[in-house]
Write a protein that binds this ligand. Structure first.
Ligand SMILES: [Zn+2]
Length: 162
């Protein structure tokens, strides 16, 4: 994904946060889903779908996430699926648990992950909370708790912060 596309996705995510007047963590993805007329359902993934963390079903207008996943993972899965929806991806609706960064990993998956990261951990919010609690990038564990996201996602997002 090039820098321009990355920037476009960031702007899309910021627009959503602005539309729903969300300025603080944990980002209320349920409110966004509701505004998009999409239901969130927690289910146990069927046999053979063990590596699926979430998917969006156009017919039922619902995002399905794995019930047994930790809340941080569910939050990311929902934000990822909202990314597909808001970025108007046509085919990629299934989020696989293993997120590979290799070239074979579909572009739309990278875009949805980028959207999720910017939606759940936008730069302005990161800076606001680092300042509020006097934290640095080294406090990614604490930041992950505040934002309700997986530690690895927070680490990655803070590393990108200039
Ligand atoms: Zn996906």
């Amino acid at each position: 994904m090039d820098t321009t596309r990355h920037k476009e996705i960031e702007i899309e995510a910021l627009k959503v946060l602005d539309d729903y007047e969300i300025a603080d963590p944990v980002v209320n993805v349920a409110k966004i889903a509701e505004g998009q007329n999409v239901k969130i359902k927690e289910i146990e993934m069927p046999e053979g779908y063990g590596n699926v963390a979430g998917f969006y079903d156009k017919n039922t207008k619902a995002i399905y996430v794995e019930k047994k996943d930790p809340p941080q993972r569910k939050l990311f899965s929902i934000a990822h699926e909202l990314g597909h929806l808001i970025l108007q991806h046509q085919n990629a609706t299934v989020l696989f648990r293993i997120t590979r960064e290799d070239a074979a990993y579909p572009l739309q998956e990278k875009e949805a992950n980028s959207f999720a990261a910017h939606l759940l951990m936008p730069e302005f919010m990161l800076r606001k909370y680092m300042q509020k609690y006097n934290l640095t990038k080294a406090d990614y564990g604490t930041m992950a708790k505040i934002f309700g996201v997986p530690v690895s996602s927070m680490l990655h997002q803070l590393e990108r912060l200039k």
